[in-house]
Ligand binder design. Structure first.
Ligand SMILES: Nc1ncnc2c1ncn2[C@@H]1O[C@H](COP(=O)(O)OP(=O)(O)O)[C@@H](O)[C@H]1O
Ligand SMILES: [Mg+2]
Length: 318
């Protein structure tokens, strides 16, 4: 018999052991993550979030690629949905990464996608799919066809208004959608303009890295143009700092600079760089489903809560 010292190997609780307060393993990192996960996944476990008075339509834009647009769109959406809200993600990037992360097979033949929606060949109701990841989480998927849309749209009537006209109020009401996130491609072309015309709010993810603000000036000028000519109500409502690496001084400097620039539009929650977050889409999952107790999941849940509470505070003022 080997003596079992309870203080040894506390990092490895028995597989599947439930975290029970006061029990030997309850304060290990794994047990704490499991505890958080069970709270997240218990309906009503961590409280429902307030529903906005009107559907909030948010364009997730930044013409720089790889800054976390798609990751932020799908994980904020999942963070809101897991707390009882109903959320639609419109995948407006031909890469279809948002569709993938939401577990939707967008390579299948004959699926009604955002491409057909923009061309007016299908209705929103025909293009909308519920994500298998999460109840209350919906997606209009993108297929590679969308790559040609940027050019095909040019010759269509009301080419900047195609998405706005397609996002019918009746269907959003029928599905009781509280939030719509439009995941933009990394460009400022006609697809992104369509997203900006369809939305009221712009959410800009900014990566805590070198040249973080590069191109943001151009993005803001484009938003102003859309505001002036196509959609008066459009405004930048939210900035999310992504891929923060606490070990680098640079990340803090970037975060500080962004806060100086954008003030309280910047969410207090910063999304850390985390391998789990980057792994999740490979399994067709959001981080909330893939590893609900992880730091990445907690940060997106916190960001989602902030977004909803800010919206509720504005509703109360209106
Ligand atoms: N918080 C994070 N931690 C680690 N990797 C991340 C994080 N956010 C995004 N990534 C990864 O960085 C890459 C770019 O992110 P993505 O959301 O696709 O950016 P965009 O849509 O702006 O091009 C992807 O491989 C993604 O998995
Ligand atoms: Mg993307």
């Amino acid at each position: 018999m080997v003596d079992q010292d309870p203080n040894v190997s506390r990092e490895t609780p028995a597989a599947g052991a439930p975290p029970v307060a006061g029990e030997p393993y309850a304060d290990t990192p794994i047990a704490m993550a499991a505890e958080r996960a069970s709270q997240v996944l218990t309906p009503g476990g961590a409280g429902q979030l307030p529903r906005p008075q009107h559907t909030r339509i948010m364009t997730v834009a930044n013409q720089k690629g790889g800054v976390g647009k798609t990751t932020t769109a799908v994980n904020l959406a999942a963070g809101l949905a897991v707390r009882g809200l109903r959320v639609l993600v419109v995948d407006l990037d031909p890469q279809g990464n948002a569709s993938t992360a939401l577990g939707i097979d967008h390579r299948a033949e004959d699926i009604a996608s955002v491409y057909e929606l923009l061309l007016g060949e299908v209705t929103l109701k025909e293009a909308i799919q519920e994500s298998p990841s999460q109840q209350g989480l919906f997606c209009v998927p993108a297929t590679l066809d969308l790559a040609g849309a940027e050019i095909e749209l040019v010759s269509l009537v009301a080419r900047e208004n195609r998405l706005r006209n397609a996002l019918s109020d009746e269907v959003l009401a029928e599905y009781q959608i509280d939030y719509v996130f439009i995941d933009c491609p990394p460009s400022l072309g006609l697809l992104t303009v369509n997203a900006m015309v369809a939305a009221r709010e712009v959410l800009i993810p900014i990566q805590c890295e070198y040249y973080a603000l590069e191109g943001v000036g151009q993005l803001l000028r484009n938003i102003e143009l859309v505001q002036a000519h196509l959609n008066r109500g459009l405004h930048v409502s939210t900035i999310v700092l992504t891929m923060y690496d606490g070990r680098t001084k640079l990340a803090d400097q970037v975060a500080e600079e962004v806060r100086r620039h954008f003030g309280d539009k910047v969410l207090g929650t910063i999304i850390p760089r985390s391998v789990k977050v980057s792994e999740a889409p490979g399994y067709g999952m959001t981080i909330i489903e893939y590893d609900p107790g992880s730091r990445g999941a907690m940060s997106y849940l916190d960001a989602a809560r902030e977004l909803a509470l800010r919206g509720a505070a504005e509703d109360a003022q209106a």
